[in-house]
Design a protein around this ligand. Structure first.
Ligand code: HEC
Length: 120
């Protein structure tokens, strides 16, 4: 009986944690963006940069899709921790990106944290 109870508790815990993906999003389509309410305080300044710099040429939808699905939507390439930096630099090098290295690094650090959260 004890074992049955234990398995039951384990199942309930698993169900309870599953519905709570740590990375939340807001809106749909072109308005799809990250919900920064769950971001740790240390990443707030990063988000202030990212939410301005990374919507200059396209909406945040592209980045949300990349991080939540693990696949970059245009190229179909994997979007994982080893890809964030490369994409950040690629974006910075585009004409009129209006980003410097520090700003790209801030976005990359935040995206890496988000990738970990999205996989929870
Ligand atoms: C100067 C314009 C510009 C800025 C600024 C910009 N992007 Fe992009 N982004 C593009 C273009 C153009 C594409 C189309 C595909 C490509 O060239 O990779 C793109 C594509 C993407 C993709 C999809 C790539 C793929 O292979 O599917 C992601 C993810 C992305 N951008 C994220 C970001 C992030 C994060 C930032 C901020 C650090 C950012 N972008 C800032 C122009 C920009």
């Amino acid at each position: 009986m004890k074992v049955v109870f234990f398995v039951w508790v384990l199942l309930l815990t698993m169900m309870a944690t599953q519905g709570h993906a740590a990375l939340k999003t807001l809106g749909k389509g072109d308005r799809l963006t990250f919900d920064p309410s769950g971001f740790p305080a240390q990443f707030r300044p990063n988000w202030e940069i990212m939410k301005v710099k990374c919507i200059k040429c396209h909406t945040m939808e592209r980045t949300v899709v990349s991080i939540t699905t693990g696949v970059a939507p245009i190229s179909g390439q994997p979007f994982d921790r080893s890809a964030t930096r490369a994409y950040g630099v690629k974006m910075m090098r585009k004409p009129d990106s209006n980003m410097n290295k520090q700003e790209v690094k801030a976005c990359v650090d935040l995206m890496n944290w988000m990738l970990t959260e999205a996989s929870k």
